[in-house]
Design a protein around this ligand. Sequence first.
Ligand code: ADP
Ligand SMILES: Cc1cn([C@H]2C[C@H](O)[C@@H](COP(=O)(O)O)O2)c(=O)[nH]c1=O
Ligand code: ZN
Length: 194
Amino acid sequence: MFIEPAIGNNNPKDKKGHIEVICGSMFSGKTEELIRRLNRALIAKQKVEIFKPAIDTRYHESDVVSHNETVIRSTPVQFADDIILLAGDCDVVGIDEAQFFDQQIVTVANKLATAGKRVIMAGLDMDFEGRPFDPMPQLLASAEYVTKVHAICMKCGDLASYSYRLTPAKEKVVLGEKDSYEARCRKCFYENKA
Ligand SMILES: Nc1ncnc2c1ncn2[C@@H]1O[C@H](COP(=O)(O)OP(=O)(O)O)[C@@H](O)[C@H]1O
Ligand SMILES: Cc1cn([C@H]2C[C@H](O)[C@@H](COP(=O)(O)O)O2)c(=O)[nH]c1=O
Ligand SMILES: [Zn+2]
């Protein structure tokens, strides 16, 4: 379980920003873990701003919603740079579906953290082909704290770190849920692939 570094310290003089990245496959609990951390920051009376890419409207136009239907309000943004303007004087910045942002998200996350904010990001580390999902590798490299969470393989019940696409679509970005993806372990992911 991730334990927050110095969560209760609201003294602006002591503020030291950092980046946390929560990564893993689909259904691995990235959004639930993001919401858990953000709710705890709210309990600690910190000012929290939450963003998600505007393209992700699967469950809700603005809220961040997990597969298990835990919810937190958020602001959808088109470009990573919008986050700098909208973050204002908050203490904590939460970002879901980080893999859908442009490469500028790496500079934005670093700027916010260097300005003293706690930046918590969740995103897919691999795409449906098992390849790194840019810009996640760069975000992982910049992060002080990395948490990799795992789903359950829908084939064998082992731990899963791959997102298997059930449809023939070949584009990198195809929004979907259980209708078009399932979590799989390495063995079951590569089983039917050439
Ligand atoms: N194969 C699976 N493995 C684990 N959890 C699953 C699976 N399929 C559905 N779930 C549900 O998804 C929830 C996690 O959802 P969420 O936090 O939105 O994941 P992520 O953001 O990583 O896609 C779990 O608590 C569980 O209820
Ligand atoms: C693997 C993969 C996934 N996607 C899409 C499918 C979903 O809409 C999101 C991931 O959501 P989650 O909160 O992590 O479950 O990403 C995609 O567009 N391309 C892919 O390769
Ligand atoms: Zn498996």
